[in-house]
Ligand binder design. Structure first.
Ligand code: 13P
Ligand code: SF4
Length: 306
């Protein structure tokens, strides 16, 4: 009953504020359910850039709301929980990246969108897990500094062996915790079920994978593959829509460590309060936004791969 009332309030407020509610694929089930659009980092950035709504409520983590604020500077961008951060994004600073650039002055800097606006401002081109290989292949020959995710970086390097990479040693704690021993046990219990892994997983996990892709790539893979069972190597929030869209297929999470506490912070009450109070608002200082936008727009100009 309480939930129904909250849902009604959120719908009414969203209409009143002319707001678009975006939810990342790792958000809580009820947040995905009420969102106008769910998606991966790239899909949501594109939606933010294209919307004609006045307000974007980003149900995700801080760097995603920053990207929306950079790409849609005339909109009000709300993040219902300001404490929803990304530990990987916080593993690098703009200053640290500047120092690395001094060490490799000829390298092109490719930065995963899971980074702060200040880090993006030091970047030549951004990437997401959906387009990282394409982004690197679109660049002229030469060395690459890949930041901050060393796992995604190593995966991209394995697909672009002609390049020399310098990796920043960051990682996603959620995906990093997934270990091959646990997956092998699950694989033995479900023989024949393909294992699909996110490139934020460690290389020894990716070696076991039948398919490696972003969260949006995973939806596409399970839709087109007869299954009937799949082992999923990414954050558990992805299962909600996967099960809803494929009721005749079975999805098994590759490990119980696959939960991102930051992605679980936003609840319906937070979403309602955010629309009611038009806060917390995410803004990016103009000088940083200007430079970060160049890196994001270069990325958006590269064709997508899942
Ligand atoms: P994608 O949805 O872009 O694959 O991102 C994964 C992620 O960890 C976002 O924080
Ligand atoms: Fe950051 Fe990992 Fe959580 Fe994504 S899943 S927000 S990369 S900590």
């Amino acid at each position: 009953m309480q939930e129904e009332k909250l849902i009604e309030e959120i719908r009414a407020l969203a209409a009143q504020r002319n707001a678009l509610i975006l939810a990342h694929n790792y958000q809580r089930d009820e947040i995905q359910e009420i969102a106008d659009l769910t998606g991966d980092s790239l899909g949501l950035s594109l939606a933010a850039a294209r919307t004609d709504k006045d307000v974007i409520v980003f149900c995700g983590v801080h760097f995603m709301a920053e990207s929306a604020a950079i790409l849609a500077p005339d909109k009000t961008v709300l993040l219902p929980r300001l404490d929803a951060g990304c530990p990987m994004a916080d593993m690098i600073t703009a200053e640290g990246l500047r120092e690395m650039k001094q060490k490799y002055p000829d390298a092109t800097v490719v930065t995963y969108v899971n980074s702060t606006a200040a880090t993006k401002a030091e970047t030549d081109i951004c990437c997401t897990s959906a387009n990282a290989v394409q982004v690197v292949r679109s660049l002229p020959p030469g060395e690459i500094i890949f930041a901050p995710d060393r796992n995604l970086g190593r995966y991209v390097a394995s697909r672009c062996p002609e390049r020399t990479f310098h990796f920043w040693p960051g990682f996603c704690p959620t995906h990093e915790n997934l270990r091959p021993e646990a997956i092998k046990k699950i694989m033995a219990a479900h023989p024949g079920a393909p294992f699909i892994a996110h490139p934020e997983c460690q290389p020894d996990v990716l070696e076991l994978a039948d398919h490696i892709c972003s969260t949006s790539g995973m939806y596409e893979y399970v839709r087109n593959h007869p299954g009937p069972k799949f082992i999923i190597g990414t954050e558990m929030g992805i299962l909600y829509r996967m099960r809803k869209e494929n009721p005749d297929k079975e999805f098994i999470l590759a490990g119980d460590v696959l939960i991102c506490p930051n992605m679980k912070l936003i609840g319906l009450e937070d979403l309602r309060d955010s629309l009611l109070n038009m806060a917390p608002r995410v803004t990016v200082p103009q000088d940083i936004a200007k430079r970060a936008r160049i890196a994001l727009e270069r990325m958006l100009a590269v064709p997508r791969e899942s």
